[in-house]
Design a protein around this ligand. Structure first.
Ligand code: AMP
Length: 151
């Protein structure tokens, strides 16, 4: 039998929830470890990383999934992802990296504000579980500093 974890359902036709965790981060009501910010996007450390250097790029535009994102915001997210991914690769000395984004609960999305994951990959190093174990803040801050100096 399928074992499902207790979690909020995110559907493709959901209205935007102004109180989701990333909306709070954008309003400065929740802390985050910022890597990069511009007029349309924010990049910050994932606090439950699947790899050291795992970070997220979000649009400032309220959008639940890729389908809700304006083309303008989508372009801005990609431009920021390109800057940040290059910095992550340099900072983590990664031979490879992954970019991923999940749309809706059935795809594994857990936060209902669109986000692009950037994950450095190394040979033989499996990814940690998705959104499972919080990383030590000191480690996150140290990794963030390494990435920031490469942006
Ligand atoms: P997804 O499951 O694709 O919606 O990804 C959500 C990601 O956000 C997961 O990788 C979580 O580890 C991460 N996450 C959840 N809460 C926070 C937070 N407060 N700050 C940074 N990352 C978070």
């Amino acid at each position: 039998k399928l074992q499902m974890r207790e979690k909020t359902m995110i559907k493709l036709d959901d209205a935007y929830d102004e109180n989701n965790i990333f909306a709070k981060i954008l309003r400065g009501e929740m802390p985050s470890i910022t890597l990069y910010e511009d007029e349309k996007t924010l990049a910050f450390m994932d606090i439950m990383p699947q790899a050291t250097g795992h970070c997220l790029v979000i649009p400032k535009e309220p959008a639940v999934t890729f389908l809700d994102l304006s083309e303008d915001s989508a372009a801005a997210v990609m431009a920021t992802a390109k800057k940040v991914a290059a910095a992550v690769v340099r900072a983590m000395e990664a031979p490879s990296f992954m970019m991923a984004q999940l749309n809706g609960s059935a795809a594994g999305q857990t936060v209902p504000h669109y986000h692009m994951h950037i994950l450095p990959r190394h040979d033989g190093l499996e990814l940690e579980f998705h959104a499972r174990a919080p990383e030590d803040m000191a480690v996150l801050n140290e990794t963030a500093e390494k990435i920031r100096t490469q942006i």
